[in-house]
Write a protein that binds this ligand. Sequence first.
Ligand code: AHG
Ligand code: MN
Ligand code: MN
Length: 337
Amino acid sequence: MNRIVTLDEFIIRRQKDFPFASGELTGLLRDIGVAAKIVNREVNKAGLVNILGVADSQNTSGDSVQKLDLYANEILIDCLKNSGECCGIASEENEDFISIPAVETKTSKYVVVFDPLDGSSNIDVNVSVGTIFGIYRRKSDEGGPCELGDFLQSGTALVAAGYVLYGTSTMLVYTTGRGVNGFTLDPSIGEFLLSHRDIQIPKRGNYYSVNQGYYLKFDVEMRRYIDHCSDLNLRLRYIGSMVSDVHRILFQGGIFLYPNTRKYPNGKLRLVYECNPLSYIVEQAGGKSISCQLERIMEVPVEDLHQRVTIAIGSPEMVDEMKHFVHRYSPALSNGN
Ligand code: AHG
Ligand code: MN
Ligand code: MN
């Protein structure tokens, strides 16, 4: 039998990889692990309790909000607040960032960003949802409260990122910039156990993932690239929860696309809460992530907490191929080849 390694044990072991680590980042990752277990418990029993249905509110991006989103949001905020391991939080569900006062004498140098529940329209029909998070080192002075600028950092400044997928089994996948590792929750003992060491995304894959219902709303170069995927007989898979769609691609290879449409001229997905953290993970696993206008996602300047961006993310050779289609067919970028 393989030796069992729990998430906590793994995180602590990895702390030694960072010579000046104070244990704060370790503490933060553990807090997120605890929050994930609580959210998991609620997601699992969502069909049993009266927690389903659309709440009477919209999130700041204008999408309808499910009650479980709010619950997951509160849990994450509470877990992070109480431990005092971070000085600020920005969530997809809150218009503004939340500043966390120092707990006792502890000052913190990190801020956390998250999408508490991604794919929430899937909850009512028992399809996978997830939590996505990113951790940045603050830019403001450690003595005072955090500032907006602490959150408006490009993806290249991420110190850690991860996601939790509440699927047929619950998995936590994270990176601190030294590869990507995956942990599966064993519900019988309530621990995340190391199940996928040093995840590498396949160079190519048989899957493409895009909301093909919007095909006619996409720019010509995206339509040509999607035609190409279909010509290659790639399998179309679209769950409608980015974290689940990207999870499949991380393990099996392929490409996930969310281009601009008429309704979402800058794309629908959020740079801070969804695209940057998932891009960090995919790049760490050997993949690529660019916008449909070909900027590396992690280098896109962050000007607004709720900024949206287009995205093409996944197997490196497939992202390169999509890039080629943009060069070839985009009226804006066409080089005539
Ligand atoms: P959220 O549930 O956090 O609002 O995110 C939903 C997002 C993303 O997970 C998914 O890929 C996308 O919305 C689906 O959008 P469409 O229904 O427009 O395809
Ligand atoms: Mn989301
Ligand atoms: Mn969400």
